[in-house]
Each structure stands twice: as C-alpha cells, then as structure tokens.
Design a protein around this ligand. Sequence first.
Ligand SMILES: [Fe+2]
Ligand SMILES: [Fe+2]
Length: 200
Amino acid sequence: MSAQIIPFELEYELRFSTDPEWVEVAKADFDAFLKDHAACERKAASLAMSMVQHYPDKPDLIRGMIDLAMEEMAHFREVMKIMLDRGLQQDNDEKDPYIQQLLKNVRTGTAEYLLDRLLVFSIVEKRGHERFHMMGEALDEPKMKDFYLRLARAEYRHYTLFVKLAYQYFDAEVVSQRLDELLDAEAAIVRNLEHRAAVH
Ligand SMILES: [Fe+2]
Ligand SMILES: [Fe+2]
C-alpha cells in the first residue's frame, strides 16, 4: 500500500479492521479476556518504564513515558479491581502472539531500534483503541461499557504520543516511510490472528 501519511500528521488509520467475530469470542469468556487485559496494562506500564531507563538523554521521551507508565498502572489497578471483585486470579504470563510477531519487525541498531519501537508501540496502542472501543460498544452493562469506552479514548492519546516522539527524534520522511511498512506488517498479522478471549 502506498504511503498516505502526511509528515507531522499524528493520526493514521490501521489497515485491517478487526473482524466483529473477535468481540463475540472475547465476550463469551469475559473472565479470560479480563485476565489478559490486566496483563496487557501491566506490561504496557513496565515497557514504558523500560523506555525511561533506556534513554537517559531524551527528556521529552522520559516525561512522556513516565506519564504513560502511571496511566497504564492506573488502568491496571482498575482492571485488577474488577478481577478481584469477581474472584479472579492472574494467570502466568503467556506470550501474546500478536506482540511477538509485531516485535519481529523491530530492527537492531540504536536509531532503528528506537524508531521501530516507538512506531510498533504506537500501532499497539492504536489497535488497543480499536478493540476497547469494540468491546465498549458490545457490552450491555453500563459501568463496564463506560469503562471500555474510556480506556479506548486513553489508547487513542497513547498512540499519538508515540508518533509524536518518533517525529521529534527522526526525519519526517523516515518516520512516515517506516510507519507505512509497519502498518502493512501489522495488518497482515491481525488478518491471520486466531480470535481469542484476549485483547489480541
Ligand atoms: Fe492502558
Ligand atoms: Fe495504552
């Protein structure tokens, strides 16, 4: 697909829409979905903190990632509260097939590694936005519906934060070209992903 990304445009579209069947599979085992969701929030927080530790020379990245880590931890607290109220326990972490495949696209080399991670994490947030929105729309219970629609809005902010940082540290042309490639790669991954009672 050709690049439709305007330099410094922080918003972009995913190139494959999640099949509506996914939300049915996720709703059918909502407890399993919640457990996976909690793990995703916890992993997002620790990933943001690992970025803080990895880039001591990038103050804006550090500020953004600390805020992000705190917000993801707040999400984790909320999902854990819902889980504990339902008497659910966390499972051992298992590898998320979507993330695993996506991370294979991260190149080595200091600059490439940073650029690819910023863009991959942006795409993950964007996909989270899509899926939480779908879940919010699909749920009937008002509190849970509002919860997922609110989280969807948060993921929307997160996805633009990562793109903004990418444009801050790299040339616009380099960013949009790499984003173009990664969006194609992500679309292919999601197209072939088995539907699970999980965020991905
Ligand atoms: Fe989150
Ligand atoms: Fe997020």
